[in-house]
Design a protein around this ligand. Sequence first.
Ligand code: 13P
Length: 251
Amino acid sequence: MRKNIVAGNWKMNMNLQEGLALATALNEALKGITVHCDVVIGTPFIHLASVSNSIDTTKIGVSAQNCADKVSGAYTGEVSAGMIASTGAKYVILGHSERRAYYHETPAMLKEKVIQALASNLTPIFCIGEVLEERESEKHFEVVKSQIETSLFELSTEDFSKLVLAYEPVWAIGTGKTATAAQAQEMHAFIRQTIAEKYGNEIANDTSILYGGSCNASNAKELFSNSDVDGGLIGGASLGVDKFMPIIEAF
Ligand code: 13P
């Protein structure tokens, strides 16, 4: 069965002390309560080890936001999947639209990053989503399908089954303009169908597909109530316990 997941993506926010304070406060808030989803926080690289050592990682999964497309060696400034795993992190966000747009990450590079992440037993949270112009010209399904096919469809069934997907329409990220619940459900169902055509219904039904883009305490419940929306990837609203907890509790 697929899991419900609420994952925070801190992006490039929080220095080490601020990040540790946020992670430990979230850890406190989750103590002694039952939640109905897995909780993940995606921190900058510098936080991974300290955060993992300061929280109950059986309750909060720790995620990186990127990894190298190579194993090791002379790649100055890069951080490998193996290094991430050695900190105690269990997830890595890959293919975020900000990495595709600002750092020119291509489908071929992302394919390699997914392979590296899986080889280090990290769960990739693989992001897909169209820009506004693509939606307005009704190319959104085609674009999303191509993003999935070009980076993921050479994986074996076993490897594909280890992925989490996140549909993040670029026009909804950080804009306060969320996709409607109907738009999210329509695309999530399409993504699941695309997976089913390649890997079969069982794998498709077991794949968690998260929604991201201006998801917050006031719209999370409606978004998550859709049958194909298995949680959220949360940017701005993951930067405070007061904003993040109600999203977790939307399940
Ligand atoms: P916001 O929630 O700030 O719109 O960001 C979404 C996102 O990009 C998560 O990866």
